[in-house]
Design a protein around this ligand. Sequence first.
Ligand code: HEM
Ligand SMILES: *[C@@H]1O[C@H](CO)[C@@H](O)[C@H](O)[C@H]1NC(C)=O
Length: 225
Amino acid sequence: MLSSWYSTILAAALLCSSSTPIHAVPLSGGDIEPRQTTSKYCASSGVCYLQIVPNSASNPTFRISIPDTASSGSAFDTVLQITAPVALGWAGFAWGGGMTLNPLTVAWPNGNTGKVTVSSRWSSGRTLPGQYSGATYKTLSSSRNTTHWSIEVACTGCSKWSGGALSTTSINTFAWAVSRTAVSQPASTGSSFSIHSNVGMFSSDLSSAKTPASVFQQYVKTATG
Ligand code: HEM
Ligand SMILES: *[C@@H]1O[C@H](CO)[C@@H](O)[C@H](O)[C@H]1NC(C)=O
């Protein structure tokens, strides 16, 4: 009994110390994001988020929230917050865990206006994603200072798409991408931009992201952008 317990622990320790990060995607030229750690964050607004804090300060923090009434496979609004170091020209979030065939939320600072532009994208290949009308956004807040730019959006259409949907009960895989190069037309949601310098993936259920539906809806409704 003791020895089987011990070998289970040993096997788990060996798996955990594997030198190949499970959720990092090696790309040439990027500073590779190692193992991603998720946690729960609740703001004073009462909104709670599943958050991914980067292991490297050169990558963004992503937070997502959903109403606690949401059910798997159905359409519900989601909230996404991206806080990125100013050195990043754009940051994107992939709701289905990869570059292709899922809603992409891409954001970039709008020059020196202090505002951040959000753009709805979709890609069927690994080239510049086109604009995607299946998801629409309300900007809840955005800002830029000397160290970071930040945006929080509510998305209608990011929980369900052609070929996929979020699960509110089991594990989802998400992905993100960032570039150090500024986009070509920062004020335009249709701007082109260049390929990422880093990408990452992580898997989690959405239990940490659940916010009482009334709080969630009120938060989205009253935000002034
Ligand atoms: C001009 C824009 C873009 C180009 C040319 C591009 C191109 C590529 C290429 C060639 C790969 C494969 C790299 C490799 O395997 O070495 C890749 C992977 C990836 N890209 Fe992009 N990408 C662009 C924008 C985006 C955006 C906006 C996102 C997310 C919002 C994104 C997310 C990802 C992710 C997560 C991966 C790794 C997983 C996967 O291959 O699906 N990309 N991209
Ligand atoms: C700059 O913005 C970031 C992200 O919103 C924030 O965490 C940080 O406190 C701000 N810094 C200053 C000096 O205001």
